[in-house]
Design a protein around this ligand. Structure first.
Ligand code: S3P
Length: 429
């Protein structure tokens, strides 16, 4: 546990910066690179705790992965060369490692035993386990049903046609990965589009994957071909700094080379709806992923309603959007976000607790929150709930509090944004 005392700031947030690589894309680069034949070079890889768990899992199955800061060289030899690990596979705090790997392990010809930390061991796995079992996977819980730890045995997978009952890219990705091992094609349909990095990257690795409106069909393929991956900056990390600049008067900030995949840019739509001064420039596409620069400067903001199809496009940004809403004029309502209750912590509860302790006027609802702005935040002692996004939300809040913010533990920030405080200090000049 590392307590952090954050003094209220006098300066503005200003400058030009890049944020670390996208977490979702970094995980996928390791997974697909390890399953493919040939050498995959990954640049701007996120050197964070969660992605290290994915690297370790494949190393335990015999893949050579060289890492030099944020560059990876993955020596893939194809799925048939993956070996039975000699120990359990430990997923740590990482939901993405857990869900996506279940889809892969279900198709491998050996038994694995998978575990996670305390928080991950409470998160629901039935959303992945149940459709995987429908495909023929042999997955058994070691203790309580449908949570980690789990044992996965060799099963013969068959393709399914499956309509996702939860709006989850992790579940969709797990099933598409399992589809690579199935004896016929697999079709996954969504009610609302979720992030589609798996679909873009699998195509780049040579998979036969076709998207038609809200459905994606994949054909079995154990011969993915290595390709290089450039990881864009993570918009979910950029969000914290963008909100910092949006709430501190006279700030102006540019973040370069950020991922702008349409399924992730809900926060930009929200900024625009609230009247923010925000601009996107220099957009290019690499392997189907858009990358560009975001510039924002301080302006008085108005409250807004956030609901429906935009939610999966900003699900990880809701904590920091809630802080933003405390500084907008009027009442912001966030709905349709019950998924927040199943993240690293119950994020509806955590956001409401932390922001109320800091002096905000905020109430939780079953599927979201109601925030009355604009309020002067006071400061105080708060818990990060061992959740990186709650820790960073409280840290950004300290830029505008009257008194100090004391955070019980800032170590979770390494999950997605190692170097967060150094970057923030740089921008505060
Ligand atoms: C992720 C999908 C989302 C997101 C998580 C990363 C991914 O989770 O919250 O941080 O990489 O696919 P769900 O699939 O549970 O919505």
């Amino acid at each position: 546990m590392a307590e952090k005392k954050l003094s209220p700031q006098k300066g503005v947030v200003s400058g030009v910066i890049e944020v670390p690589g996208d977490k979702s894309i970094s995980h996928r680069a390791v997974i697909f690179g390890s399953m493919a034949n040939g050498i995959t070079e990954v640049s701007n890889f996120l050197d964070g705790e969660d992605c290290m768990r994915t690297i370790d899992v494949f190393k335990s199955m015999g893949v050579t992965i060289e890492k030099n800061e944020t560059n990876l060289i993955i020596h893939g030899k194809g799925v048939n060369a993956l070996k039975k690990p000699s120990n359990e596979l430990y997923f740590g705090n990482s939901g993405t490692t857990a869900r996506l790997l279940l889809g892969v392990l279900a198709g491998l010809p050996f038994q694995t035993y998978v575990t996670g930390d305390e928080s991950l061991s409470k998160r629901p796995m039935n959303r992945v386990v149940s459709p995987l079992r429908e495909m023929g996977a042999k997955i058994e819980a070691k203790g309580e049903e449908n949570v980690l730890p789990l044992t996965i045995d060799q099963g013969q997978l068959s393709g399914i046609q499956y309509k996702l009952p939860v709006k989850s890219a992790q579940v969709k990705s797990a099933l598409l990965l399992a589809g690579l091992f199935a004896n016929n094609s697999t079709k996954i349909s969504e009610i609302t589009p979720t992030r589609d990095h798996t679909e873009h990257m699998l195509k780049a690795f040579g998979a036969d994957i076709v998207k038609h409106e809200l459905s994606t069909t994949i054909t079995s393929n154990k011969q993915l071909k290595a390709t290089n991956v450039t990881v864009p900056g993570d918009i979910s990390s950029a969000a914290f700094l963008l909100v910092g600049a949006a709430i501190v008067p006279n700030s102006k900030l540019s973040i370069s080379r950020v991922g702008l995949n349409e399924t992730r840019t809900g926060i930009i739509d929200v900024f625009k709806k609230m009247g923010a001064n925000i601009e996107i420039t220099n957009v290019v596409a690499i392997n189907g992923e858009l990358i560009g620069d975001i510039t924002i400067s301080y302006k008085e903001l108005e409250a807004t309603l956030i609901e429906g199809d935009v939610i999966p496009r900003l699900i990880d940004e809701i904590p920091i959007i809630a802080l933003l809403a405390t500084q907008a004029n009027g009442t912001t309502i966030i709905k349709d976000s019950q998924e927040l209750r199943y993240k690293e912590t119950d994020r509806i509860h955590a956001v409401v607790d932390v922001l109320s302790k800091l002096g905000a006027s905020i109430e939780g609802t079953e599927d979201g929150m109601i925030i009355h702005g604009k309020t002067q935040l006071i400061g105080g002692e708060v818990s990060a709930y061992h959740d990186h996004r709650i820790a960073m939300m409280a840290s950004i809040a300290s830029l505008i509090t009257r008194d100090e913010v004391i955070l019980d533990d800032d170590s979770s920030i390494d999950i997605s944004y190692p170097g967060f405080f150094q970057d923030l200090e740089k921008l505060l000049g």
